[in-house]
Write a protein that binds this ligand. Structure first.
Ligand code: PRX
Length: 651
């Protein structure tokens, strides 16, 4: 197998689209020329053709106050109507929108007509609970159909959702509720994960006790885990009672294209997560355009499956808004890939005849480790397109994905984008672009990407530097919730009118783009963003910790892993008899404070940290240690003997 892959890597650096695929492809090579000729006219056409506008727009882009863009801003639409009612009106009410699969094996098919009905009822309940236009609603749910319903019901009434991933802790949830001043939380009693029910409502109760703002007036609870929950009758409402009883008549109002749609918190370079704000018309246009063209969606025949949780941007754009705007039929799966057996995903592909699969390199690499015999027990011949997102996909994983999962000849598209970009920015178009394993390849039509050196000079031809977006795009973030200054500083200060993505990139001799990872203190663990500063401040909040430094170290499966170096307080050192127990306690502490995804792979208890004369921690040296390399140049350290001492403590 390895020999075969090495051979394939050497021999085949590029894959031409098959003529059969190209003949039926949704995307058309002329899209590039059209967008190059008149970028704004191109996006205006997409917005008109892909969406239903209650009031047509006449202005495409207003960039008179950069970096605050307005797209299609005199137009009006209702996002939920675009995802639901118009498909029913077009006669597709009986089409399955969601093939939902619960982790224990229960399942439900929800048609477009049923989903529309449920969203209308939920919208009425939200209104009855006092949620109005512009109000924020926090959503903390497992991957169940109600998560999709909740998001669309909020959108339908012009409120703003803030979905918080179900793996985040009470503290993380509380700070997000406070920052957005949410007035309602939608949650479940619990959900299934790894064969067990994980509680959600108790976490919400704890978060609300911690939230300082006291803004939440009501909690709407879906019954899923059937676990015991405490009940505050003045605040808590069962979904199955209120939504079922509500009327399914709901007249949707149209809102301006720049009406806020959602806030999604993501890690930045400071300890405080940023509330990334997205609005309606531009976001939905680019989500729908990319979903249709990058995934070659044929809504009448395809069964699409994006494995991301709705708690992340991928779940927003490619589980909810893109696919539903396009009238797709998709799979929604509640659980983990290996429960109750390691072939669970492939069993689902076979059961629903999935034709398009979109997932993350981490998942692919963990399947690679388990071996090809597991997927080979299932019939995966329905697959005709594979996608990857979240982190660079190494060529070996790309080839394995195409061969073992895809049967050897179907397109694999590697898609680069971010919470901030809202939708895919760099990707091959299947059927058109020659595919190159390991490279995200080219900007999609209508998107202008460049690579700059640190002083802002464009890198001509082949070469590496910093990735920027040079022109505003429809699904771009409109700001950071409540913090316009941070928005400007983080993304626009470095290069003026160009959006600085925070990623390093290289352009090869063919003009294809290779992503090289983050250039700031943001880590990427299993395709999820974590900030070194946020984990450091959590470690420092522990009573034992005097100082902490966190680095992202290369990890074979998860891309990067969190590795922490901690100095204990002198007053604590004598009480800590077992260093590994202390390390374990600190790992647990981070998981409780932030969420299990942030739990460090390793915590090293050390006596000192490497610092420059000005007191800055040299993370580069710690990264060398964490990755098992010879430690690099230490000449700028205030005390060069420190690294020798740390190395001895760590090894
Ligand atoms: O570093 C890039 C990496 O993920 C970051 C964005 O993370 P997030 O906002 O959580 O969104 C993830 C899903 C869109 C980027 O700055 N990243 C994302 N996709 C790729 C990638 N790195 C390399 N290749 C990709 N395809």
């Amino acid at each position: 197998m390895t020999v075969q892959i090495d051979h394939a890597l050497e021999e085949i650096r590029r894959f031409r689209p098959s003529p059969e695929f190209a003949a039926q492809a949704v995307a058309d090579a002329r899209l590039y020329q059209e967008a190059e000729g008149d970028r704004l006219a191109f996006w205006a056409r997409q917005a008109r053709e892909l969406l239903q506008w209650e009031k047509p727009f006449t202005r495409t882009l207003d960039w008179s106050n950069p970096p605050f863009a307005k797209w299609f801003d005199d137009g009006e639409l209702n996002v939920a109507v675009n995802c639901l009612d118009r498909h029913v009106d077009a006669g597709h009410g009986d089409r399955v929108a969601l093939h939902w699969e619960g982790e224990p094996g229960d399942s439900r098919d929800v048609t477009y007509a049923q989903l529309t009905d449920e969203v209308k009822r939920a919208a009425n309940v939200l209104t009855e609970l006092g949620v109005g236009e512009g109000d924020r609603v926090a959503i903390y749910l497992p991957m169940i159909p109600e998560a999709v319903v909740a998001m669309l019901a909020v959108a339908r009434i012009g409120a703003v959702h803030s979905v918080v991933f179900g793996g985040f802790s009470a503290d993380s949830l509380a700070s997000r509720i406070d920052d957005a001043e949410a007035s309602l939380v939608i949650t479940a009693d619990g959900g299934y994960r790894k064969g067990k029910v994980f509680p959600l409502k108790p976490v919400v109760d704890e978060a609300l006790a911690k939230a300082e703002g006291g803004t939440v007036r009501n909690v709407l609870v879906v019954r899923r885990g059937e676990n015991d929950v405490e009940w505050d009758a003045s605040r808590d409402h069962w979904w199955h009672e209120t939504v079922a009883e509500a009327s399914n008549e709901h007249e949707a109002r149209a809102f301006g294209a720049e009406h806020p749609l959602f806030i999604l918190y993501t890690s930045g370079t400071t300890g405080k997560p940023k509330g990334i704000l997205h609005t309606s018309g531009g976001y939905l246009t680019q989500a729908a355009f990319t979903h249709r063209n990058v995934f070659d969606l044929h809504p009448e025949t395809d069964v699409y499956w994006c494995t991301a949780d709705v708690g992340w941007i991928t779940g927003h754009s490619y589980v909810v808004y893109g696919p539903l705007a396009n009238g797709a039929t998709q799979v929604l799966y509640e659980g983990t890939p290996d429960t109750p057996h390691p072939g669970r995903w492939w069993e689902i592909v076979e059961k629903y005849q999935v034709s398009i699969l979109y997932t993350a390199p981490t998942a692919i690499r963990s399947f690679m480790k388990l071996g090809r015999q597991i997927p080979h027990e299932f019939n995966l011949r329905s697959l005709r397109l594979l996608g990857s997102v979240g982190e660079p996909i190494n060529p070996e994983a790309w080839i394995w994905y195409r061969h073992v999962i895809g049967g050897g000849s179907i397109p694999v598209v590697d898609t680069w984008w971010q919470t901030e970009t809202g939708a895919i920015m760099i990707s091959a178009l299947p059927g058109i672009t020659d595919l190159k394993p390991g490279s995200a390849q080219v900007a999609i039509p209508g998107i202008s990407i460049d690579i700059l050196s640190d002083d802002g000079t464009p890198v001509e031809g082949e070469g590496g530097g910093l990735l920027v977006v040079t022109e505003p795009w429809p699904s771009m973030l409109r700001g950071i919730w409540g913090d316009p200054e941070r928005f400007k500083e983080t993304y626009w200060e470095k290069f003026g009118d160009k959006y600085f993505a925070g990623d390093g990139a290289r352009r090869d001799e063919d003009g294809d783009i290779w992503l090289l990872g983050r250039v700031d203190d943001v880590m990427n663990v299993s395709g999820h963003r974590l900030s070194t500063a946020e984990i450091e401040s959590s470690l420092v909040a522990h009573p034992w910790t005097a100082e902490a430094a966190v680095v992202g170290a290369a990890d074979e499966t998860t891309g990067q892993a969190v590795v922490a170096f901690v100095i204990l307080k002198a007053s604590q050192v004598e009480h800590v008899t077992d260093v590994s127990e202390a390390a374990e306690e600190l790992r647990r502490h981070v998981a409780t404070q932030i969420g299990a995804i942030a739990r460090p792979r390793q915590v090293f208890i050390v006596n000192e940290l490497p610092k420059t004369r000005s007191g800055k921690i040299m993370r580069r040296l710690l990264r060398d240690l964490a990755e098992g390399r010879q430690v690099g140049d230490t000449t700028t350290l205030a005390d060069t003997s420190v690294m020798t001492a740390i190395t001895e403590q760590v090894r």
